[in-house]
Design a protein around this ligand. Structure first.
Ligand code: SF4
Length: 360
């Protein structure tokens, strides 16, 4: 009835050129890189390094740090020298800070040429990045679009964002700097998706950093990001990603990995399969599933664990997973790799699953 090959989307990320962010390859078909950003005080190396430790444990591969003032450059330099993962310098308004950051250990710069002062100042930043051998991300945001471009009524917001990024990239290329990554974000999911679709077509060679900017607090931010980035990733667009949340950065990292795993793009950590519960459920499944999920986050294993409320779908899902429990009235039947291993009381389910998780 249909040709399965017709269902395959073109993979834009395989066409981008590859840039090197420290030890991490980005673009050119490399695995989608998970990023987040530090929010500890820019004046404390120890606080930032502690946060880096947490982020790396969560699976963060590239970490961005804001340098709001020149007085923060010493801390930035120390963080770069002690961090186990590449650090990106996030600089606005002051080309001098970006130039210094390139000299002091940044693995990449993130600037918006629109607020760095002038084309001449942008060029000095390009020179510094070129001398340091590091790439630059040109980051355009809907909230800080060039005024002339923003005023144009003949273009949609997506077209304006893409045009702005395109103009900056063209300038850099004419200047002879091509070690570029681009982002162009809006807080609106549809605008952002459209912007990246345009970018992937008008400059297919440039690696794209994707994200929904100012996506909001945890609940809304996760849904907006999953919707927008899910579409883009599924279309093969996006070489590196950040899920921006008004929350702890490690949650952003976990969200990135959960999304990548859900789409089958990259795997990290375990997956929990649990039912939504209904009137047939006779145990406190929400509590059980939450406890199992919390425990899975503490063990570094790639397991599928099913926590199911009754016999309707329970045995099927539980036997399909690496581990599972199908609950009945005040009890649960445990499955390991498709086989029933024992029956336990409701108050023993979590401990029994933990034991099995440790054993696998
Ligand atoms: Fe309801 Fe059972 Fe399905 Fe859970 S598995 S939603 S309890 S029917």
């Amino acid at each position: 009835l249909y040709n399965p090959d017709d269902l395959r989307m073109p993979l834009a990320r395989e066409k981008t050129h590859r840039v090197q962010v420290g030890s991490v390859a980005l673009g050119g078909g490399a695995p989608v890189v998970v990023q987040s950003m530090l929010n500890a005080s820019a004046q404390s190396a120890e606080e930032n390094l502690a946060q880096i430790d947490t982020l790396v444990q969560a699976g963060c591969e590239v970490i961005r740090m804001a340098i709001p003032r020149r007085s923060c450059l010493d801390v930035f330099e120390e963080v770069c020298s002690r961090s186990p993962v590449p650090i990106v310098a996030d600089v606005h308004f002051d080309a001098g800070i970006a130039i210094e950051a390139a000299k002091r250990g940044a693995s990449k710069l993130r600037i918006n040429p629109g607020n760095i002062g002038s084309w001449e100042k942008t060029d000095r930043v390009l020179d510094a990045a070129g001398q340091a051998g590091i790439p630059i991300r040109i980051g355009v945001n809907a909230g800080s679009l060039d005024k002339q471009l923003a005023a144009r009524s003949d273009l949609s917001l997506s077209q304006k964002l893409a045009q702005s990024a395109y103009d900056y990239v063209l300038h850099c290329k004419h200047y002879g700097f091509t070690d570029l990554v681009v982002s162009a974000k809006a807080h609106d999911v549809c605008d952002t998706v459209e912007t990246y679709r345009i970018l992937s077509r008008i400059m297919p060679d440039i690696p794209l950093h994707i994200g929904i900017t100012e996506a909001g607090t945890s609940f809304q931010g996760l849904i907006k990001s999953a919707a927008g980035l899910g579409i883009l990733l599924q279309e093969g667009i996006g070489d590196t990603m950040r899920i921006s949340l008004t929350d702890k950065p490690e949650k952003e990292v976990r969200a990135c990995w959960t999304l990548l795993s859900a789409l089958g793009i990259r795997k990290r950590g375990s997956e929990i399969i649990s039912c939504p519960t209904c009137g047939r459920c006779q145990v406190d499944l929400i509590a059980l599933a939450s406890e199992v999920e919390a425990y899975l986050q503490t063990v570094h294993k790639t397991l599928r664990v099913a926590v199911m409320g009754c016999v309707v779908n329970g045995p099927g899902e539980a036997s399909d997973a690496d581990l599972g429990v199908a609950c009945g009235k005040g009890q649960g039947v445990l499955f390991r790799k498709g086989k029933v291993i024992k029956k336990v009381r409701e108050d023993e389910v979590v401990e029994a699953l933990k034991e099995e998780i440790d054993r696998l």
